[in-house]
Design a protein around this ligand. Sequence first.
Ligand code: KIV
Ligand code: ZN
Length: 565
Amino acid sequence: MASAHFNHRKYQPVEPVTGFTRTWPDRQVTAAPMWASVDLRDGNQALLEPMNVAQKQRLWHLLVKLGIKEIEVGFPSASQPDYDFTRWLIEENQIPDDVRIQVLVQAREELIAKTFEALKGVKQAVIHVYNSTSRVQRERVFGMDREQIKSIAVQGATWVRQYAEQYPETEWTFEYSPESFTSTEVEYAVEVCEAVMDVWQPTPEQRCILNLPTTVEVGPPNHFADQVEYFCQHLSRRDCAIISVHTHNDRGGAVASAELALMAGADRVEGTLLGNGERTGNMDIVTLAINLYSQGIDPQLDLSNPDEIIQTCTECTGLPIHPRHPWIGELVYTAFSGSHQDAIRKSLKQQQTDEHWQVAYLPIDPADLGRDYQAVIRVNSQSGKGGMTFLLERDFGISLPRWMQLELAPVVQSTTEQQGGEIDSQTIHDLLIKHFVQDKTPISLNGYRIERSNAAETLSADISIEGENICIEGDGKGAMAAFINAWQSRTGLSIHVVDYAEHAMGEGSDVAAAAYVQLNIDGQRVGGMAVDADTVSASLKAVVSGLNRSGKVAELSKQTQACSA
Ligand code: KIV
Ligand code: ZN
């Protein structure tokens, strides 16, 4: 039974948006929106310790470098550091020609006056004015009716227009936000915005920005998309306004809300890098941009170096990033699960450079974000054969046959279980060698000679068994068959090759070949492996490894025999 205070009956669902025909579910986003960063304002306002000027400057440089063209730099009428930062940008000529700064201000004359003063001399800027319009704010916070709240917006818009006229050297863009839009009756939000537009008289050539915030995310993303589409359909001068959305993450849906809002007709998105912002944060620009990128859309932002974004943001905000943060967290391209590793390994092997990306469990190529495959597959006790096989191949050029993968996997797993945590590729390699490469003792191969005739090969091999030298000889089709025959006649055991594989190793190492053999010795299967200078000696030594691992052969072979020259 639920406890008394945990009571869902306290809440009610959002009211469906009705009276219009929704079309957004059938639409697709095909181009990047206009991006606007609110890191230096909304993000900054949400910090326990707001950024100092140096931190703001550092974040500013990053935002510009990423290619964001509209950047809300602060609330200069409410904060001296924001005022000083705005002046620094203007007086020190820090704003590139293709970037517009934006500042936020409430609909109050003295604050609007101070805001214009802070912007004196700027070439172009967005003045962003807002007031809250939701029913709960009207009734419970301001004690005002719809008309009174609308007149705050109209008055604010009027002051903005009048003060802008006093600074004609600047190219102004006006932005209005019906704050708490998601909890505002949507037809009333349209009414307020129409009234603001009546004051500003925007044109298709000089549009204003109407910014629809999920100040608090109170409903699912499809509901927000309905609100946005309703708004777009009912705005009488749609072509004179840029419709912007500004989503927060209270329900964890800030990115989804923005994405659906783009389908519903929004042109512009406000957000922050990595989603810093009030409460659960603002919409994460990096996530949305890479969402679009993963759909084959140019995000119009350079996100090729997320490590730089992470470092700058975390150092400026003092907030860490989760290792599983979408697209760029430390662990997001790492697979521990064996079946995932196997699927990744197989898909990567088949991926061609000139085809669309088709790799299981990796929705994008980690290399695009400056991540290499080093981190993709890591091995712990959850991993099966896929991960260790991948690491051996990648780091040592060793391609294990399947039967050997199956035999090695439990060895690796029991080591990870004993030591806990992750196991690196060197340790896996050491386990492989310890387990399968036993070509020195008790039997070792010191040398061999091969004579070829038409039908077969004759192989004479110099062998040491626990320090005792013998020579064995056999015929067969190929060196290995001759070697096996030599051991059969030497020991009287039945020895067959069940499986055999060999491959050349990477360049630049002193061992050029690896060989893997699975023998059946008197009904017992046993595997052996060796690496050596060439495939013939690797294969003979792999047989020796198998013989040694079987434990049966050495004793039976201990009698000297002279070799024919
Ligand atoms: O979240 C919000 O509503 C805001 C407004 C000022 C746009 O930040
Ligand atoms: Zn906000």
